[in-house]
Design a protein around this ligand. Structure first.
Ligand SMILES: Cc1cc2nc3c(=O)[nH]c(=O)nc-3n(C[C@H](O)[C@H](O)[C@H](O)COP(=O)(O)OP(=O)(O)OC[C@H]3O[C@@H](n4cnc5c(N)ncnc54)[C@H](O)[C@@H]3O)c2cc1C
Length: 385
């Protein structure tokens, strides 16, 4: 890995920085888990798209810029440094998008990717079910072929932003006699299909973007299947690799949190327990280490390599780092940490909110216990669970 940037990469960084400085909303947008926040985040995505920054690493034909992964990392650094909003269509652009590029037909790519890049269609992920979370191969939602349509029945749960999203990508059982990971297919479903019911799940902070999705004889065209029939597991595992490995949580996000933590220490640290200073330093070093390891992964991928079980190492690292950083901030804030905006003092605003969300990190994208099983079995070669 070459740690120096080329003049072209430096120029791209400067260009992105200037554009973001001119366009990032002055005030943070309301949470995307509220109807109004979701609408405003969708508008922001259109601004990004019109500026050519919706998904810099996608081909130009699909609304991207044709950048490589190093340039994507550079863009992410500038994006989070500028305090830009979280990406409301992250399930689409970071997870389904790369999956479509790998497994979609040319017609599917042309149909879905440009609308995704503009966030004209925002995507939810429909994998988990009440009895199939960590054990995803236990899913029971069915899709039977009737003529040229699939008829869906069953229930998905824990679907982020499904209350407001337009489409959901689902893993469903297309062979009723099949067991475990055989006989599953990957299907794309508009959430306004008759027979689809979305029921919001109120979160710890009272917001209701999270939802359950019920299918009752809901019909979608056969052409909405991604990849071969009954081969959905392989595709879902590729999507999970994008989620855990590189795309969903870029290092820049944690580097920005580490900088905020350092500023909090500068404001509040003088009277604090020196042990907390060590945690601030550790947060900084962890974020830098994650960044360097991601640059190494990106360089390897550009050279033709692939991401394997190390996606699980990444996932454990970023999710645990995020919790530690927020716990350190709350300890520095003391009693002021106990309030959410708008009641929280300005310095504390966002930290409690961020802490509550960080607690979900070891759960979503596959729990850390399961990632440890993957590492034990596939990296260390220990006996199966
Ligand atoms: C904020 C958030 C957003 C989410 N968004 C989505 C989404 O958009 N779409 C979607 O489909 N899902 C989503 N999920 C669901 C998430 O993927 C599941 O919660 C997760 O896979 C765990 O499944 P479960 O909740 O059924 O827990 P369970 O599988 O019941 O696990 C309960 C506990 O047991 C442990 N456990 C289970 N099996 C083993 C084992 N073999 N060895 C060791 N420990 C084990 C787990 O690690 C966990 O700690 C989201 C979850 C959260 C918290």
């Amino acid at each position: 890995m070459d740690l120096t940037f080329t003049p072209e990469q430096d120029a791209f960084r400067a260009e992105a920085r200037a554009w973001l400085a001119a366009h990032v909303p002055e005030r943070p947008l309301p949470s995307m888990d509220t109807a109004e926040g979701f609408r405003l985040h969708r508008e922001w995505e259109r601004v990004l798209h019109d500026g050519g920054y919706a998904m810099v690493s996608w081909p130009v034909a699909y609304g991207g810029r044709g950048c490589n992964l190093i340039e994507w990392l550079i863009f992410e650094e500038e994006y989070w440094s500028a305090g830009a909003p979280g990406r409301v269509n992250q399930n689409g652009i970071f997870l389904l998008g790369p999956t479509l590029m790998e497994f979609g037909t040319p017609e599917q790519r042309a149909r879905y990717l440009p609308k995704m890049a503009r966030s004209e269609e925002v995507w939810a992920q429909g994998w988990s079910e009440p009895n199939a979370g960590s054990d995803m191969a236990a899913i029971r939602t069915s899709a039977r072929l009737d003529g040229d349509q699939y008829v869906l029945n069953g229930q998905k749960t824990w679907c982020s932003r499904a209350a407001f999203a337009d489409w959901i990508f689902c893993l469903v059982r297309t062979d009723p006699k099949s067991e475990r990971h055989r006989g599953l297919s990957f299907i794309l479903v508009p959430l306004d299909t008759p027979g689809v019911r979305v029921r919001p799940i109120p979160q710890l902070d009272g917001e209701t973007g999270f939802a359950e999705v019920f299918f009752d004889e809901a019909r979608v065209p056969r052409a909405n299947r991604l990849g071969e029939e009954h081969q959905g597991w392989k595709i879902a595992m590729a999507t999970a690799g994008f989620e855990r490995g590189l795309m969903l949580r870029s290092p820049a996000r944690f580097q920005a949190t580490a900088r905020r933590l350092r500023r909090l220490w500068e404001a509040r640290g003088a009277d604090a327990d020196p042990a907390l200073r060590d945690l601030v330093v550790r947060a900084w070093m962890d974020a830098e280490a994650y960044s360097l390891s991601t640059y190494a992964t990106a360089s390897r991928l550009i050279a033709g390599g692939s991401i394997g079980a190390e996606a699980s190492l990444n996932k454990i690292f970023w999710s645990e780092m995020d919790v530690r950083m927020h716990e350190t901030a709350l300890a520095l804030l003391g009693a002021d940490a106990g309030f959410l905006p708008p009641v929280a003092p300005p310095e504390a605003a966002g930290w409690l909110d961020g802490f509550l969300f960080s607690l979900a990190g070891p759960i979503y994208a596959g729990t850390n216990e399961i990632q440890r099983n993957v590492i034990a079995e596939r990296v260390l070669g220990l006996p199966r669970d």
